[in-house]
Design a protein around this ligand. Structure first.
Ligand SMILES: [Zn+2]
Length: 394
């Protein structure tokens, strides 16, 4: 017989409590200066303005209450539980970047909806996270790998925390400048070319169109490197960027030459009519594609709360696992984050999506009764796709 929702939630709560009794690396630094937010199965943050004196009281709370979600302020406060916010007395905030597959407007989302997460969602958001770290945080902002802390969100994204003291005091305006830079909000590709000089050209001597080199720092180098990447993808890709077919063919045919030119800042290796306007239009499309995937609200707001690393995500039963940057490429969020990895459970399940967990494929299922590993049963229950059938657990 199917269990009721509250009986099923009870089973999961016991497992969560058990997880926290054994969990170790769950404490934020400066724990007594943080505000915590606690969620239930229906709301990610149900109660906030909670604080803990030390690690011991925090752990005892988690074991006793087994919250499906626990979030913590990126800020440090003198009085984290005081209300309203002004009375907390802000002491500083970590700089945080939140990347979520739902913000990426992927084509797969229109077929599986916003609450489901597929392999494409997970690989795309991972790619964006690598891009943020390797193309912005390290080269442009000069953060070292040791200053960047990274964790999976527990569902379909990643959180990146900067653990550098000199960034803690940045105010909202400074944080907005950082996120604007990363999302390319104010980037004007024209500024990197000698377009003004070209305009003055009388026609007698034709000047070369000079622009960014791949070795340039900041957005200039990014624009050059990104165009070469697009060029490498082939003629069809160039057409999809809005380039006319014959020009796309010519660019791709002479790509070795074009690349050699861009290496040295010469964007004039192939004849293109109205070259200034041509590149201006193409690069405008490019800057949008580069990186507009971080949630700016999270970065800009110094009093935001984010899921605490290595805690349970109550919509998946997965761990919001801390990952080292060097492990990110091989990290598998549907295998390396299983919190409830023992035993099997019977469920009745209905989903037209397939689920890949622990390198095994499950489903699609048409209202079927099946026996599956407990982490699959819990994932499908929390995603509202399944009901537990008996208590054959753990
Ligand atoms: Zn997807």
């Amino acid at each position: 017989m199917e269990l009721s929702i509250s009986e099923s939630r009870g089973i999961i709560s016991n497992l969560i409590s058990n997880y926290y009794s054994k969990a170790e690396d769950i404490y934020p630094e400066r724990i007594s200066e943080r505000e915590f937010g606690v969620g239930d199965f229906e709301s990610k943050i149900r109660t906030r303005h909670i604080s803990f004196e030390n690690k011991k009281t925090f752990k005892e709370y988690l074991i006793k209450k087994s919250p499906p979600f626990i979030s913590c302020s990126t800020a440090f406060y003198k009085h984290p539980s005081f209300r309203p916010m002004e009375n907390k007395e802000w002491l500083g905030s970590e700089l945080v970047f939140d990347l979520d597959a739902t913000d990426m407007k992927l084509p797969c989302q229109s077929s599986h909806g916003n609450s489901w997460v597929c392999e494409t969602c997970l690989s795309s958001v991972k790619e964006e996270t690598i891009k943020l770290i390797e193309e912005f945080l390290i080269p442009d902002f000069g953060f070292s790998k040791d200053e960047i802390e990274l964790n999976f969100s527990g569902n379909r994204g990643y959180h990146v925390h900067i653990k550098k003291e000199s960034t803690f005091s940045l105010d909202q305006i400074a944080r907005k400048e950082i996120s604007d830079y990363i999302t390319g909000n104010d980037v004007n590709p024209e500024a990197f070319f000698n377009l003004e000089e070209l305009k003055k050209d009388t026609g007698r001597t034709t000047k070369k169109l000079m622009g960014p080199k791949i070795t340039d720092g900041g957005w200039s180098g990014k624009i050059a490197r990104n165009f070469i990447k697009e060029l490498e993808k082939g003629e069809e890709n160039l057409i999809s960027l809005g380039i006319e077919k014959s020009v796309a063919r010519n660019l791709y045919k002479k790509k070795a030459l074009v690349e050699l030119g861009i290496n040295n800042g010469n964007w004039d290796m192939v004849y293109i009519k109205n070259k200034g306007d041509f590149w201006k239009d193409i690069l405008k499309t490019q800057s949008i594609y580069q990186s507009d995937k971080i949630d700016q609200n999270v970065t800009n707001d110094p009093s935001h709360m984010v899921r605490l690393a290595n805690t349970i995500h109550g919509e998946t039963g997965l761990i919001s696992k801390k990952i080292s940057i060097s492990d990110l490429t091989t990290f598998d969020p549907m295998s390396d984050t299983l919190a409830f990895n023992t035993g099997e459970m019977d469920i009745i399940v209905n989903t037209n999506q397939k689920l890949i967990m622990n390198k095994q494929t499950f489903g699609p299922y048409d209202n079927e009764k099946v026996e599956v590993p407990s982490y699959v049963a819990i994932y499908l229950f929390l995603k509202n796709k399944a009901l537990f059938v008996n208590k054959k657990v753990i």
